[in-house]
Design a protein around this ligand. Structure first.
Ligand SMILES: NC(=O)c1ccc[n+]([C@@H]2O[C@H](COP(=O)([O-])OP(=O)(O)OC[C@H]3O[C@@H](n4cnc5c(N)ncnc54)[C@H](OP(=O)(O)O)[C@@H]3O)[C@@H](O)[C@H]2O)c1
Length: 252
């Protein structure tokens, strides 16, 4: 049966058919944002649940290692998981040193780490570390190498345009040869490296198109060409003038 748009809005979606992730911003002193302690981390999730009108979220992440209280924040995440208010817990923008801090403190390992990951920023050593410790890799900004990425006013996409120029030629050629959109090629590259990819789009047709990555495979040769584009170059936060993986105050 084909449903009309009005009818679609009435279709019942069960909660366990959705996987809902949210994050706690840890605070960042240089931006005037107060660093969250244990209680503030717990309170933040409870407030988010109220705002989302949910009983639980599926994944809760610490947004970045920006706080000297990050181990305390992580302990709060562990408690939130025990309480059932979150099903899984993880971090974002943590490099291997930051992940090792958690392990060295004898705390439960993060289940996932959400990081910038695309051919220009291939995170080779960190990916190996995460695989070794069974930390699920999640890619953000998978489409950052595209010339069309974040080009609207105020989005910061023009930052590092020169850095991307050469890679764009290679990506375009491979996508054209394979007959797939460049965006699909980049998303598939992430999946073939074992990453979960979660690119967002404000356009329904692109959301649909971005799902079409399971009916083709990038050859070994083309993967090698894409892998060779790596410059360890993070782009996503460049407009803010920082790389979130390199910002971590000394622990207190
Ligand atoms: N932890 C972190 O520090 C961090 C940082 C960034 C993002 N994230 C997470 O990652 C999620 C996804 O963000 P993202 O970084 O992947 O998104 P993004 O790079 O901010 O946005 C994706 C961009 O690509 C465009 N796009 C989407 N599909 C396309 C297609 N098929 N062809 C061409 N352009 C396309 C979108 O434009 P249209 O909307 O016009 O389609 C949008 O401008 C976020 O919601 C956030 O939760 C986390």
């Amino acid at each position: 049966m084909v449903l009309s748009p009005r009818k679609l809005s009435e279709v019942l979606i069960l909660r366990d058919e959705l996987f809902i992730t949210t994050k706690v911003f840890p605070g960042y002193t240089p931006w005037g944002s107060v660093e969250k302690n244990y209680d503030a981390t717990i309170a933040t999730l409870k407030r988010q649940l109220q705002q989302l009108q949910l009983d639980y979220v599926d994944l809760y992440l610490i947004h970045a290692p920006f706080s000297a209280l990050r181990l305390e924040q992580w302990s709060a995440c562990i408690e939130l998981k025990k309480s059932g208010l979150v099903k899984h817990i993880g971090v974002a923008n943590y490099n291997a040193i930051r992940l090792q801090e958690i392990l060295d403190a004898g705390l439960d390992s993060p289940e996932a780490n959400q990081i910038e990951f695309h051919p220009l920023c291939a995170q080779i050593d960190l990916t190996q570390f995460m695989n070794k410790h069974a930390i699920v890799p999640i890619a953000y900004s998978s489409l950052a190498p595209l010339s069309s990425w974040r080009v609207e006013e105020g989005q910061g996409g023009e930052t590092l345009a020169e850095t991307k120029a050469q890679a764009q030629i290679v990506i375009r050629d491979i996508a054209n040869n394979m007959g797939v959109p460049e965006a699909n090629l980049l998303l598939r590259w992430g999946v073939q490296h074992g990453y979960c990819v979660l690119t967002k789009s404000s356009k329904p047709e692109r959301i649909r198109e971005n799902l079409n990555i399971f009916d083709f495979e990038i050859s070994v040769d083309d993967m090698a060409q894409l892998d060779a584009l790596n410059q360890n170059q993070a782009l996503a936060w460049a407009a803010n003038g920082l790389n979130p993986m390199e910002v971590a105050p000394t622990l207190v």
